[in-house]
Design a binder for this molecule. Structure first.
Ligand SMILES: Cc1ncc(COP(=O)(O)O)c(C=O)c1O
Length: 485
């Protein structure tokens, strides 16, 4: 049993910095001496003493035997899992590693199409066949739901050969799916459950939050410790939570994917964030839950801005991390992007992201009552402004029950692609990803058969001058397809 009060990596790094050791190692700024003065005048010098490289005192991320090994063991114990591995390229690298660790080329994985873009990178690198579940689009709330248990059960019945199921819970909007039931369904059929819990590193530490992935029984799970807890950006963790996954393989794959020069400041911040949430999580998140619910109530008294509630999400069979505030602004006559801009430049409040309909305000362990007050005052002022003309934008998605003809990896590596006009693309195999925002779900994925409905949808977007992520030409008139001859 480890003592959770300890922070072995943070302590080692601080002790090293305090000793003022002369650096003949990378990085070249040498404990901050060579940092550009403009930058150093803002930050001070101390912070650069934490930016060291791999040497025995501070341990190696790729082959840990000292403080990194101890810090990872403490993290594993705090979350109640078999093994944890620190990540310095966010949950993005974690998603890739989960797919590569759980599967071999040619295996298939059931997943919802709204998965984060790093999941597609993982699909390409692991060489798996994706079995796509169509996400549910809620045109009343203007949000998207990941797979529920019934969809997973049906997919497992239709595709008994699947090796694993991959779900995103919570989603960007804080919506969680019924992970305990999904875990049961997967394990009853001998499938691995992989969870992208990038937005949920805090869930385990307050009883009023939805069940976390590792408590539900996910075999592998990835969390962005930096998103809600106090780790620095990029600081994330991959957890192994069952005997169904080979830890040595996970480590080898992460060694393949991660830098050999990890930022020790980020690594030490993971150690510190773990201790903080372990001892103070209940208090920090109890306070945030109360603040968020009060904020939600105040927003929902406004005329034109709306924030969906836990009750509404539960009625749809999902649950909600209430600390995520999704502000729907369609009735202001402004887009989410417009309101984001107003908030940032007129009121000095920056939200995490915006789309046509919504803004997402994310609370974290550092959020104060004053911050929430500032956000609410700004939103209340915007709500009082003369509304613009209400737009009739609709969150929609064509039917994407797709046929995968080649694995995304084969398409990516073969590079035998040609461009055809969208009006003639139906029947071809896509060689590119095209993702309109919103809803941020790829309409085309490499390796799948293009349907007329997809082409019509994309041509309609092009006619409305809506730019689609992944389009490589000025106007979206053509698409890259696999050249079969
Ligand atoms: C659902 C989800 N998964 C994964 C990621 C990637 O996380 P990171 O930014 O830590 O790489 C994100 C990023 O926003 C995300 O929203």
């Amino acid at each position: 049993m480890h003592n959770q009060e300890r922070t072995p990596l943070l302590d080692t790094l601080l002790a090293h910095a305090r000793r003022d050791v002369t650096s003949f190692h990378t990085p070249g700024h040498k404990n901050g001496q060579g940092i550009d003065p403009k930058l150093r005048s803002y930050t001070g010098r101390n912070v650069y003493k934490l930016d060291v490289t791999v040497f025995p005192e501070v341990d190696s991320l790729h082959d840990p035997v000292g403080p990194i090994k101890k810090a990872q063991a403490l993290m594993a114990q705090a979350y109640g899992v078999k093994y944890s591995q620190f990540l310095v390229n966010g949950s993005s690298v974690g998603n890739m590693a989960m797919l590569m660790s759980a599967c071999h080329p040619g295996d298939s994985v059931i997943l919802s199409r709204n998965a984060h873009k790093s999941t597609l990178s993982g699909i390409i690198m692991s060489g798996v066949w994706p079995i796509w579940i169509q996400p549910k689009v809620d045109q009343h709330l203007d949000v998207i739901f990941d797979s529920d248990a019934a969809q997973i059960e049906e997919a497992l019945r239709q595709f008994p050969e699947a090796k694993a199921v991959f779900v995103t819970s919570p989603t960007y909007h804080g919506i969680t799916t019924d992970l305990p039931q999904i875990a049961q369904l997967c394990h009853a059929k001998g499938k691995l459950l992989l969870v992208d819990e990038a937005h949920g590193a805090h869930l385990k530490f307050h009883k009023d939050f939805p069940t976390s992935a590792v408590e539900a029984g996910a075999d592998l799970c990835v969390q962005s410790t930096h998103k809600i807890l106090s780790a620095l950006s990029q600081g994330s963790v991959l957890y192994v939570n069952s005997d169904g996954v080979d830890i040595t393989r996970v480590r080898k794959i992460l060694s393949l994917l991660q830098t050999t020069s990890p930022n020790y400041f980020i690594l030490a911040s993971l150690d510190a964030a773990r201790r903080q949430v372990f001892f103070q999580g209940e208090k920090i998140f109890g306070r945030l839950i109360r603040l968020a619910e009060q904020a939600r109530e105040r927003i929902n008294r406004l005329q034109r801005v709306y924030c969906f509630t836990q009750g509404e999400i539960r009625a749809k069979g999902y649950d909600l991390d209430v600390t995520k505030l999704t502000l729907n602004v369609t009735r202001t006559g402004l887009s989410g992007h417009d309101v984001e801009h107003l908030l940032a430049f007129e009121y000095g409040v920056q939200v995490d992201c915006a789309d046509l309909f919504n803004l997402i305000a994310i609370m974290g362990s550092g959020t104060t009552r004053q911050d929430v007050e500032k956000l609410l005052s700004a939103v209340e002022a915007i709500d009082k402004k003369e509304p613009g003309e209400e737009k009739n934008w609709v969150l929609q998605l064509p039917s994407l029950a797709t046929e995968m003809v080649m694995t995304p990896r084969d398409v990516f590596l073969q590079h035998r692609a040609k461009r055809v006009s969208l009006s003639k693309a139906a029947g071809h195999i896509s060689a590119q990803t095209l993702t309109p925002y919103p809803p941020g779900i790829p309409v085309l994925i490499p390796g799948e058969r293009i349907t007329k409905e997809m082409c019509d949808f994309l041509m309609d977007l092009a006619d409305k001058d809506i730019r689609v992520s992944g389009q490589e030409t000025e106007a979206l008139r053509s698409v890259k397809v696999v050249a079969t001859r």
